[in-house]
Design a binder for this molecule. Structure first.
Ligand SMILES: Nc1ncnc2c1ncn2[C@@H]1O[C@H](COP(=O)(O)OP(=O)(O)O)[C@@H](O)[C@H]1O
Ligand SMILES: [Mg+2]
Length: 291
């Protein structure tokens, strides 16, 4: 377990990002994002497609350093990728020619461990994600959910301070998604590392996050930060959960064109989709305006 101290926080300070566009003005994707993520915290970043969530995660990961502002992790400015920050994407990105164990082992190539320690770390993380017995399976022999478990193990095997998750369950069927959400929660409780989960799924954001950061699009900016002060495991049918969900959805209604998308998100065939309640529910105390 990583020893977490206050200085292990992630500080995102006035971060703005533009992409150059051929023959046009640069595209402003992130605008003045400021956020402190506490050590060991689980933060969900929720926003509609194209609002800059992946871009923000790439900046935190150090995959892109061309931006203004600062991102400071555990006191150090992010200048590059680091073993301290694991990342999991929507597609598992496993090497098809390597087994589950070998894929996890590949992530340890730069780790200062002996061969034996690496083998032990791989075995430990295979067990952590519930894949004992599948060590020697190749990605094509694994279901989507199992492959994503391998990707999570690979993201954790270097014992990072931070795990960044970019819509990790977005490509999974409804039942598998619900199961993996529970697994991720269990792993977070066990490992106590900081997790930042990017999603456009309101339920997922509220189910997992201690705080939910909602983003507005064009350019991407933080709209609100919601404290989810509900005990775990959370009940999607808990009236408090439903109220929070509706508040978040109503918040998206203010955004040009995003209400329909958020509603559609919620109306799919997920068993965990919850019950629709009138939008005009009374104001609730769990809300906290970010500023
Ligand atoms: N490498 C890139 N070059 C130019 N534009 C990009 C690039 N990556 C993303 N974008 C644009 O930036 C915006 C935000 O993208 P992204 O961060 O992927 O959003 P999200 O993850 O919220 O869907 C989109 O309009 C997208 O088209
Ligand atoms: Mg994305």
């Amino acid at each position: 377990m990583t020893a977490s101290t206050l200085s292990d926080s992630i500080d995102i300070l006035h971060v703005s990002k533009r992409y150059a566009q051929q023959g046009g003005a640069p595209l402003a994707v992130l605008d003045d994002i400021s956020l402190r993520v506490r050590a060991g915290e689980f933060v969900s970043v929720l926003g509609s497609s194209g609002c800059g969530k992946s871009t923000l995660l790439r900046l935190i990961a150090g995959l892109d350093t061309d931006y203004s502002g600062d991102i400071v992790v555990a006191g150090d400015k992010v200048r590059d990728t680091s073993l301290e920050r694991g990342i999991v994407f929507q597609d598992h990105r496993l090497f098809p020619w390597l087994t589950a164990s070998q894929n996890i082992l590949a992530a340890l190539r730069n780790a200062p461990l002996s061969a034996r320690e690496k083998r032990e770390a791989v075995a430990e993380h295979i067990a952590l994600v519930g894949l004992k017995g599948f060590e020697n399976a190749y990605p094509h022999q694994l279901s989507g959910g199992m492959a994503q478990r391998v990707a999570i193990a690979r993201g954790l095997v270097n014992r990072p301070r931070v795990l960044l998750l970019d819509e990790p369950f977005g490509a999974l069927d409804a039942l598998t998604r619900g199961r993996l959400q529970n697994e991720l929660q269990r792993i977070w409780e066990h490992e106590r590392i900081t997790m930042i989960l990017v999603t456009h799924d309101v339920d997922e954001a509220l189910y997992l996050g201690e705080r939910v950061v909602t983003m507005a699009p064009r350019p991407g900016r933080i709209k609100r930060i919601v404290d989810v002060a509900l005990p775990r495991p959370r009940e999607r049918n808990d009236p408090r959960f439903i109220r929070l969900r509706d508040e978040v959805l109503a918040d998206f209604a203010d955004q040009d064109g995003t209400r329909r998308e958020a509603r559609e998100d919620r109306d799919d065939d997920r068993p965990n989709g919850g019950t629709r309640v009138p939008v005009a529910s009374p104001p609730i105390t769990e809300w906290r305006l970010a500023w």
